[in-house]
Design a protein around this ligand. Structure first.
Ligand code: UT7
Length: 330
């Protein structure tokens, strides 16, 4: 299998307010510390979107404009906008519709997809198939989340992990051998309670009771998700290498979903891949769910670590539970 496609542009945008680890102690009086958060997660700070009048579409549009600029593609030439998120502006309409309007992509169709932290990888699989088939020429992915709006700031096990931001990627037809060598996806819906926003959907619509019980906040069984992640990530890396026929030495760079540096270190160790091949942004930005992979790609490209022609592995994992990965030539 080889799916020709090019990631022609990348962009990123973050929430406006820097939140360091001490903020949780000083501002919220939480029983935590910079030392605990740094040691157990690798996170030093994250960014929150502080203006209550702004939401995901605002940072999503900012990241999208950058990706279009890098690709040299005009907004009116975008055929489709896909927004991957679990924190849309509204339950309806799709945030992708708001983003396309904001950036002036007047000829584009638009839809949202929700598969939490695996969102960017799944969206890339969608977009790549569409450009490779000739169906569309320019597909814009915006993957991001404004998780601060869904955090219980009394739950020290979750609120310290997440930040707000979005990454964008403009997918076009291949020009110089760019494309995907292997894809791997999976999902396990047998225990949704492990990572869940209990209320606000059709299973449990908003009511006085759901608000009183704080059921609109993200709930996570950190230990179980950690265990799941340290197994599924190296398994996915291994399967991708087998399917692609590439050796681990031939992969220049891996960008994994930025959930916890210990998950990334465990995967690197299990696979015998040096940490120098794992590009990370978790210390600076925390966990931005769907946004972490494109944001980390943008940073790696900007810092000349990800280069044209690089062989890149991407792996997303999280809510669903779900996971997805691919190996591509950038
Ligand atoms: O993107 C979606 C995917 N999400 C993830 O992949 C997250 C996966 N999970 C994790 O990253 C980790 O499980 C956490 C960072 C959430 C927690 O780390 P841990 O090493 O698994 O800690 P733990 O839950 O086993 O808790 C150890 C102790 C507990 O105290 P006791 O019961 O041993 O007395 C917790 O209450 O640490 C305590 N603890 C904290 N202490 C200080 C939990 N959160 C904090 C905190 N500050 N913020």
């Amino acid at each position: 299998m080889f799916i020709p496609m090019k990631i022609a542009g990348l962009g990123m945008a973050l929430g406006d307010k820097v939140i360091d680890n001490d903020w949780f102690v000083k501002e919220l009086g939480l029983d935590t510390s910079d030392e605990w958060i740094t040691e157990r997660t690798g996170i030093k700070k994250r960014y929150f979107l502080s203006d209550p009048d702004k939401a995901l579409s605002y940072i999503g549009a900012k990241s999208a404009r950058q990706a279009l600029e890098m690709a040299g593609v005009k907004p009116e030439d975008v055929d489709l906008v896909i927004c991957a998120t679990f924190t849309p502006d509204y339950q309806m309409p799709a945030t992708a519709c708001l983003i396309k309007e904001e950036i002036g992509a007047k000829n584009a169709g638009a839809y949202d997809m929700q598969i939490a932290c695996s969102g960017f990888v799944y969206a890339l699989i969608n977009a790549a198939s569409m450009v490779a088939s000739g169906m569309f020429k320019n597909v814009l992915i915006v993957a991001g989340d404004v998780i601060s709006r869904f955090l219980d700031f009394e739950d020290r096990g979750t609120c310290i992990l997440f930040g707000d931001g979005a990454g964008a990627a403009l997918i076009t037809q291949a020009e110089n051998g760019e494309g995907i060598f292997a894809v791997e996806v999976g999902a396990d819906g047998s225990a949704p309670e492990k990572l869940l926003i209990p209320a606000g959907g059709s299973a449990r619509p908003a009511s006085e009771e759901t608000v009183k019980n704080k059921e609109h906040y993200l709930r996570m069984n950190g230990r179980e998700i950690f265990r799941f992640s340290v197994n599924v990530v190296p398994q996915t890396m291994k399967l991708l290498l087998e399917k692609s026929g590439l050796s681990k030495e031939e992969v220049d760079l891996w960008i994994l979903h930025q959930a916890n540096i210990r998950i990334i270190e465990a995967a690197a160790k299990r696979m015998g891949v040096p940490m120098s091949k794992m590009y990370n942004t978790i210390a600076e930005y925390g966990n931005i769910s769907a946004g972490t992979i494109p944001i980390t790609m943008y940073e790696a490209y900007k810092n000349n670590v990800l280069k044209r022609g690089s062989i890149l592995g991407l792996i997303g994992f999280g809510g669903g539970l779900s996971w997805g990965g691919l190996i591509l030539r950038f």
